[in-house]
Design a protein around this ligand. Sequence first.
Ligand code: AMP
Ligand code: MG
Length: 501
Amino acid sequence: MLQIAFDNTYARELPGLYTACKPALAPAPRLLYLNTALADELGLDSTALAGADGTALFAGNTLPAGAEPLAQVYAGHQFGGFSPQLGDGRALLLGEVIDRRGQRRDIAFKGSGRTPYSRGGDGKAAVGPMLREVLIGEAMQALGIPTTRALAVVATGETVRREGNFPGAVLTRVAASHLRVGTFQFFAARGDIDKLRQVADYAIQRHDPALAGTPERYLALLRAAAGRQAQLIAQWVNVGFIHGVMNTDNMTISGETIDYGPCAFMEAYDPSTVFSSIDHGGRYSYGNQPKIARWNLARLAEALLPLMVDNDDEAAVQLAVAQVTEVIDTFPAWYASALLQGQRAKLGLQHEADNNEDSSLADAWLALLQQHAVDFTLAWRRLADAAAGDANPLRALFAEPTAVNPWLAQWRASCAKEDSGSPGAGQARAQRMRRANPWVIPRNHQVEVALAAASEHNDLSPFHALLAALQAPYDETPASAVYAVPAPAQVTAGYQTFCGT
Ligand code: AMP
Ligand code: MG
């Protein structure tokens, strides 16, 4: 029997803030994917998990001792409109463990059946989208971007109905926590200040323990969560990631990326890029993500305000509003600074000499990529070759190869300022840049090929080959070359992603 050392603080400390709920039984479970590295990180027995006991566990059929499955409740602004009650409609928190580094991690199911928060949904998930979550999440992890992670995917043996019939699956997801902006909005909207305080103090204990018990801790929690989001969104933008559904229920307090539904990576650089089938207005387009993050954080600020002041004290209310407004108004500067830090690394610059100059250099580069519809990932990667002395692979990405020359001259001037003629500086720069600019990202057409083979033909080999390339995104090898090739422009133009699939 599998042993997991659960220590379930959410279940224990927050009674009344969730609904206990059992997973549905899977008729014919089959383990499709096990993340052994993550299992090891969690101190779990990956050999046992790879066997029949693991399959029964990840299917939700046999609950390990100490698991206390529960559905969390939350609210959320979806595309700007407030839904006062969402919650885990097809997810369950199984419990928490302390990982090998001493970090508390949630272990949760997605696709494990109906809960009191399922509304009209079936509570289920399909193989394709769950394996998609594995691919994109592991890519993000390998790119050094904070993310929830997939521990396992089990095919349930059931059919789920969407726009067709698909094989069903349960994903086991690991997260620093599942607390979201929407968690706070739920209790704030109901005026349940006691529960709001409980969950806020719980969040502080979990993510910002140094703030526990301090007098201004709720303001500080907002500041900390905003700081994490500034870093996170800057990282997204620097790899061309588009989350696709940045509703407030899909934004964590921990700063991890969550909910790999309609997300996708941009190919040719264009800030207006949108792939989600339902994002008609481009609210969650690539370039809008920092603005939306700020908007979501303003919703978190509103939700936390009742904890900061007593409503009857007008002067205190004004002060608190001014304090949270200051955080929200500072967010763009935090974001800009995080973005520039990442851009400097991508440009191969090390010295924080002149923010305006470096930022203009990055902006001019991006404007050039946009003007010539150049692949974002390859352009950065080929810039590293230019640092090593060969600009031709970069020029070859442009329909007019000379178009990049004036910008290259500016960039070389910035590099030269740092190098002061030292021999080997170019090679060293190229090496650094090849650790900051991935060669492989989860390109949409390759993801689709891998998922179709798995879902339609039960062939997981394309999935595993792609996953291996994504787990070593900076290594330019012959085996990974196929994954670095952009999709034909007409394929990308017609590409659509879907929510809640
Ligand atoms: P999402 O946009 O995927 O984060 O989902 C928004 C809300 O819809 C959450 O409350 C989900 O739990 C719920 N949901 C999504 N898909 C389903 C489903 N198939 N069955 C029940 N609830 C669902
Ligand atoms: Mg969600």
